[in-house]
Design a binder for this molecule. Structure first.
Ligand code: 13P
Length: 252
């Protein structure tokens, strides 16, 4: 029913030459794998070059951020209009944006609205910090992230959500499959409250945080988890290919 999705978040890694090389190696290996949507989210500066390489194939392209205004005096920012037509997806509300660049739910809400307006597919990231996790606040934080980020935004089939517990990002300490499944079930319930059961049933919700070829099966083997947002392992050809392959296998 829900087509699984594996998205690589390259973060601030690779220059244009390296990005072209990496996608040149990954693409032929994942291109033939069907039954799973494959996305690479490269740095802005590589989008054009990588887009050329992906043309006519099944691997999709995404950005990692954008500003919410369409144009104007915002030095250094990239707008939704600049991305539309260039890539299909855009990661929004990543915890690194929240932490390092002070992005609030309110800003993320504006970004999601702006992305949807121009036909981009937002991958909205939500998730609790280590301190919040240890204080037993996971449900409260995730509920707040989802409801505030989507406040007054009409339902859109283009939306994807990723649950990324901050304590699992880049730490090598992934959540367990059942742990992630439980939070993702909650996210689906919150979304059902906002947009109705049928919308929530069709919404793809990913897990992110230290996903590798060694643990992906544990996540995509869960009923609520529709794929993964992969950081570090998306820069390693064999790892990323293995993640895509195992997802296709698990969701057959
Ligand atoms: P890692 O897979 O490196 O833990 O990063 C996860 C992430 O933040 C993906 O957006």
């Amino acid at each position: 029913m829900r087509v699984p999705l594996i998205a690589g978040n390259w973060k601030m890694n690779t220059n244009v030459t390296e990005a072209v090389k990496l996608v040149g190696e990954i693409r032929p290996l994942i291109e033939p794998i069907s039954n799973v949507e494959k996305v690479v989210c490269t740095p802005f500066v590589s989008l054009t070059a990588v887009r050329e390489m992906l043309k006519g194939g099944s691997v999709k392209l995404g950005a990692q951020n954008m500003y919410f205004e369409e144009k104007g005096a915002y030095t250094g920012e990239v707008s939704p209009l600049m991305l539309s037509g260039l890539c299909e997806y855009v990661i929004l509300g990543h915890s690194e944006r929240r932490q390092c660049f002070n992005e609030t739910n309110e800003i993320i809400n504006k970004k999601i609205r702006a992305a949807l307006k121009v036909g981009l597919k937002p991958i909205l990231c939500v998730g609790e910090s280590l301190a919040q996790y240890e204080a037993g606040k996971t449900e409260a934080v995730v509920t707040d992230h989802v409801t505030s980020s989507l406040k007054d935004i009409p339902a859109s089939d283009n939306l994807v959500i990723a649950y990324e517990p901050v304590w699992a990002i880049g730490t090598g300490k992934a959540a367990t499959g059942p742990q992630a499944n439980k939070v993702i079930r909650l996210v689906r319930k919150i979304v059902a409250g906002l947009y109705g059961d049928s919308f929530a049933r069709n919404l793809r919700i990913l897990y992110g945080g230290s996903v590798t070829g060694d643990n992906i099966a544990e996540f995509v083997g869960q009923s609520e988890i529709d794929g993964a947002l992969v950081g570090g392992a998306s820069l390693k050809v064999d790892q990323f290919v293995s993640i895509v392959k195992q997802t296709a296998q698990a969701k057959k």
